[in-house]
Ligand binder design. Structure first.
Ligand SMILES: [Zn+2]
Length: 255
């Protein structure tokens, strides 16, 4: 048994609460709980080191965010800072500093992504930035050259801008296959994260945290309770249905 990294997406209060949104209240509650229980956080690089040596320090945990929305900087970062927690953000590199053009809600609000400046500020507090591709495609549908671009260019741009090694990839929608892994290895990644947790061979697991999750659910995902498998079934179902959601709509491969 080892601590499976947690995955958050947006941390915000808004009218449109998607399943992958965590409200500020929930996030504060969850971070407070982890702090009270004596957890300390690892970046994904540290997590991977302990994963390989199979020798995790007690009460250690990796918190990750997918997509790289600005709400991480505005809302999650200050709360984590209160508890001395760090995270790893898997960034959709093609949207850094931009509003995405598909996720417009009923009120005409778009979702904004982190800027390089915000990412650099978070990095000085110990947060890590890794690849979630350039355009957030379903990697299982790409040709080898397209894969090399999505994996290779996202890594290179992040490394150039942030000045730190990028060696971890999180697959959009948690979807990847043998080819994904081969290309990732060729491009110099140490490991690839899939989701949900029980993952296929060659993919490291993570546990998604969703809008409907309570502290009880969080405890199961941390392996403190007896219902981890139920959380994993739920994660699989949510992940299956999320494939049609905003991040894929309007996506056209242009290279
Ligand atoms: Zn994503």
């Amino acid at each position: 048994m080892f601590p499976v990294p947690l995955v958050y997406h947006k941390v915000q209060d808004s009218f449109e609460l998607g399943i992958t949104t965590t409200t500020l209240h929930q996030f504060r509650l969850q971070m407070g709980y982890l702090h009270r229980k004596g957890y300390h956080t690892l970046t994904i690089e540290e997590w991977f080191y302990y994963f390989k040596t199979r020798n995790f320090p007690q009460r250690s945990l990796a918190i990750t965010f997918d997509d790289g929305y600005e709400s991480i900087y505005r809302n999650a970062f200050p709360i984590m800072e209160e508890y001395g927690f760090v995270s790893t953000v898997f960034v959709v590199v093609g949207f850094v500093g931009k509003e995405n053009n598909w996720d417009v809600n009923l009120w005409g609000r778009r979702s904004k992504h982190l800027s390089w400046r915000q990412m650099k500020e978070m990095a000085t507090y110990g947060h890590s930035f890794q690849s979630h591709t350039v355009n957030h495609p379903d990697l299982t549908r790409l040709t080898p050259p397209q894969l090399e671009y999505e994996l290779g260019y996202s890594k290179k741009l992040l490394e150039d801008k942030m000045g730190e090694a990028v060696e971890f990839l999180a697959c959009p929608f948690g979807r990847g296959n043998l080819l994904t892994n081969q290309v990732a290895q060729k491009m110099g990644y140490k490991a690839v994260f899939g989701q949900p947790s029980e993952g296929k061979k060659g993919f490291l697991p993570r546990e998604g945290i969703y809008l409907i999750d309570t502290l009880w659910n969080l405890r199961q995902k941390l392996g403190e309770g007896r219902f981890l498998w139920e959380e994993r079934v739920k994660g699989r179902i949510i992940n299956f249905f999320s494939r049609g959601t905003p991040l894929v709509k309007g996506y056209r491969y242009h290279r």
